[in-house]
Write a protein that binds this ligand. Structure first.
Ligand SMILES: NC(=O)c1ccc[n+]([C@@H]2O[C@H](COP(=O)([O-])OP(=O)(O)OC[C@H]3O[C@@H](n4cnc5c(N)ncnc54)[C@H](OP(=O)(O)O)[C@@H]3O)[C@@H](O)[C@H]2O)c1
Length: 242
């Protein structure tokens, strides 16, 4: 293990898409910091990732809490820095017609899905700048399409998209790039929570996005700055034979 060993921080990496992204990074030899609230699940994920990653530091806690964000960045600093920050942890909130929503219904999901990733990024930028690093913010097609019932969650992702593009422009010339990734529908806990009682076995597992992540992490971050990717796009470059 040398000082040039790459380092990544993935929020919400205890299960679902985040665990798959962390797995891709582990197989690529990254040292990892992983986050999630449930300590037991997170520790289990760290054990699995340790089979491939040279070092895995689980940091349990809610991403909306400042000490948790500081611990995540502190763990990355202890590992030696940061090449990649993946803001993946997200809250679904209530799904339902906008006419039924009151103000408190909006008050939890915006801090989790918008505020926390942006403030975590602020803390990460000095480390990322030292390694010409990349911020990956996970969005959704609900940010663009007006799906009935999905307005509040979709609005958080729309806000995240605008802020990511703004951030990308503001960081130009500072050695840090930012991109957006819409992973597409995936068979995860969040997706099941969005469709209670519905059989979601026709949705692909998050592992379907592995070719995309390998393609993305092969790129020089400067060459993809500010772009938005759909990981399950059918005619995608990452699905073409090399
Ligand atoms: N699944 C889909 O169909 C789909 C489609 C489009 C976009 N996405 C996006 O993909 C990303 C991953 O979703 P997923 O489907 O993999 O969800 P998931 O299976 O529910 O996993 C969410 C992860 O985030 C963690 N997390 C949630 N709230 C947190 C908080 N406040 N603080 C810290 N960690 C938190 C969870 O662990 P704890 O619960 O233990 O905290 C878990 O590790 C999200 O950004 C989501 O919006 C998903």
């Amino acid at each position: 293990m040398t000082d040039s060993t790459p380092i990544a921080l993935v929020t919400g990496a205890s299960r679902g898409l985040g665990l798959v992204i962390a797995g891709v990074l582990a197989r690529r030899g990254y040292r990892l910091v992983i986050g999630g609230r449930d300590r037991e699940t997170l520790d289990k994920a760290a054990g699995v990732l340790s089979l491939h990653a040279p070092d895995v530091r689980p940091v349990a806690g809610d991403i909306t809490e400042a000490p948790v964000r500081a611990s995540l960045i502190g763990a990355a600093r202890q590992l030696g820095g940061l090449n990649v920050l993946v803001n993946n942890a997200s809250a679904l909130g209530a799904i339902g017609p906008l006419l039924t929503f009151d103000v408190p219904s909006f008050s939890r999901i915006f801090p989790v899905n918008v505020g926390a990733p942006m403030v975590l990024t602020q803390l990460a930028v000095p480390l990322l700048a030292e390694r010409r690093g990349l911020v990956v913010n996970i969005t959704s097609d609900a940010a663009i399409a007006a799906y009935p019932g999905w307005g509040p969650y979709g609005a958080t992702k729309t806000a995240l998209e605008l802020l990511t593009r703004t951030l990308s422009a503001e960081l130009a010339g500072q050695g840090v790039s930012a991109v957006l990734v819409d992973p597409g529908d995936l068979r995860t806990r969040m997706h099941q929570e969005a469709f209670p009682g519905v059989d979601i076995s026709d949705r692909p597992l998050p592992e379907v996005t592995v070719p995309f992540w390998n393609w993305l992490f092969d790129r020089d971050p400067e060459t993809i700055r500010g772009q938005r990717f759909a990981a399950q796009q059918e005619d995608a470059r990452w699905l073409q034979p090399a």
